[in-house]
Design a protein around this ligand. Structure first.
Ligand SMILES: C[S@@+](CC[C@H](N)C(=O)[O-])C[C@H]1O[C@@H](n2cnc3c(N)ncnc32)[C@H](O)[C@@H]1O
Length: 211
């Protein structure tokens, strides 16, 4: 399968940067990001960075290997890296088949990526594969609401229009379970709901998994 076949999400040339909604969501989760991305080493791999929404939280002078197969993101990614003094290397591959060696990196991050990819378990397995023992996966992801909740039923009801509006994003995945099942030595997850009239069905997780 060609790499591009595995990609979903904002692939259009007309969407190469932050929309007002992207900026708003980033602002809403700023404290969660500050916490989960604190204390990262100076070399980090980011899967699906888009145009670099997380660069503001990276240690100054750090080096980021960006696994981003959508070429329309690359210009924005480079501009944002320059603005934050980050040395970025862009690899145009999907997270389903990361072109890095087994146990070769100390830290991997992602945000709002696993809700977009076609096979999240496969991408998490790749993250686990490239991390050294003791290495850290720090994530903030969009997930389904708790089982049997009204919100979960609403999410199921709006799943299809949600995916149309948010470029293929799925609002009904239990990504905490996917990460917990991936064989990490330990996993810590904070589950919360975004309180905003503009995002009525948005539940998320932020956490850390240690390889
Ligand atoms: C909703 S955007 C999130 C971008 C950024 N992480 C953020 O928080 O703003 C989803 C990102 O996942 C990327 N993506 C889509 N399919 C992917 C895959 N199979 N592997 C890795 N990244 C993928 C998209 O190109 C895009 O950059």
């Amino acid at each position: 399968m060609a790499q591009q076949d595995n990609l979903r999400g904002p692939m259009s040339a007309s969407n190469p940067g932050f929309s007002p909604l992207d900026s708003y969501i980033n602002w809403l989760v700023r404290d969660k990001k500050r916490k989960v991305f604190s204390g990262l080493p100076r070399e980090v791999v980011e899967i699906g960075p888009g145009v670099g929404a997380n660069f503001a939280y990276m240690p100054p002078g750090c080096r980021i290997t960006a696994i981003e197969a959508n070429p329309y993101m690359h210009g924005g990614l480079q501009n944002r890296a320059a603005r934050h003094g980050i040395d970025v290397e862009i690899r145009s591959v999907a997270g389903d088949a990361i072109d890095l060696d087994d146990q070769s990196v100390d830290a991997v991050i992602s945000s709002l990526m696993l809700c977009t990819v076609a096979d999240p378990a496969r991408v998490v397995a790749e993250i686990r594969r490239i991390l050294r023992p003791g290495g850290r996966y720090a994530f903030l992801e969009h997930v389904t609401a708790p089982q049997a909740s009204l919100l979960r039923r609403i999410q199921h009801g709006v799943a299809r229009p949600w995916a149309w509006v948010f470029d293929g994003c799925s609002c009904e995945r239990d990504l905490a379970a996917v990460i917990r099942a991936a064989g990490f030595a330990s996993v810590e997850i904070d589950q919360y709901r975004i309180r905003s009239p503009f995002l009525p069905a948005n539940t998320q997780i932020a956490g850390t998994a240690i390889a």
